[in-house]
Ligand binder design. Sequence first.
Ligand code: LHQ
Length: 255
Amino acid sequence: MTLLQRNEEGVLTLTLNRPEALNALTTQALLNLAKALEEARDPTVRTVVITGAGRAFCVGQDLGEIRGQEEISYKNHLQHYALIVERIRALDKPVLAAVNGVAAGAGVSLALACDLRLASSASSFTTAFSRIALVPDTGMSYFLPRLVGWSKAFDLVAFSPRLSADEALQLGLVDRIFAATNFQEEVLTLATQLAQGPTRALGLLKRALSKSATATLKEMLDYEASLQEIAGRSRDHAEGMLAFLEKRNPIFTGE
Ligand code: LHQ
């Protein structure tokens, strides 16, 4: 199985599972991931974690699979890679990349498309594309400059250094580092915290941040007001208000 799935108390963990090939992406692996992300729309899933089996997170396209191919098909790319990024961004719930080990090429892009990047102290990052004379894809040219700035993005793509977890944290490429020894436990703790949160509001927050990448301030003020109206009607908002007044912790159901 190229993808393992486990749902624990609202946290759906998707584990890329080709450790012998550093979780390089084959067409089948991409299809499985896209399908799992579609199924993750189910309301019982309140947070998604994407991680890798073995010593790698994901090293991008399986170069063995495309060896000898005459061309890189535009249509295939949209159907397989772009679809995954679109599904991650369209999911109205947090999607976390738990980067357990080496990430390269579209593996880095996959992490960049997520809402948060949690890195193991054993992880490393390399954009890889320019080493095989390709351009960044799977959303990297969109997300990377927004995270690290325009010229740093050029630097990381043109030279493709291999960054440690600490270097990635310094650049803002990742958000948290956890020790490799208890990485998956730490990830699950943080993911569970999010899964017990006000899922509806978190989903709306995600929409707002995504829209802000291309919107004007005026558009965002308008959008925020419309999202607040929706959030204000949620059961979790009523519970949050009540819990505040009763001086207790809220119990959110995600509705
Ligand atoms: C691999 C791979 C790999 C197969 C390591 N495939 N076997 C989309 C659509 C269409 C066209 C192309 O592009 C794309 C998107 C992309 O993602 S393109 C970018 C593809 N990825 C890369 O170019 C990364 C290539 N790999 C590396 O640079 C290194 O292997 C890294 C830095 C990831 C890891 O280095 P090390 O930790 O030193 O491991 P290693 O190099 O010794 O690799 C271990 C094994 O994994 C080795 O096989 P072997 O049989 O010798 O043990 C590698 O050949 C294999 N492997 N990446 N993408």
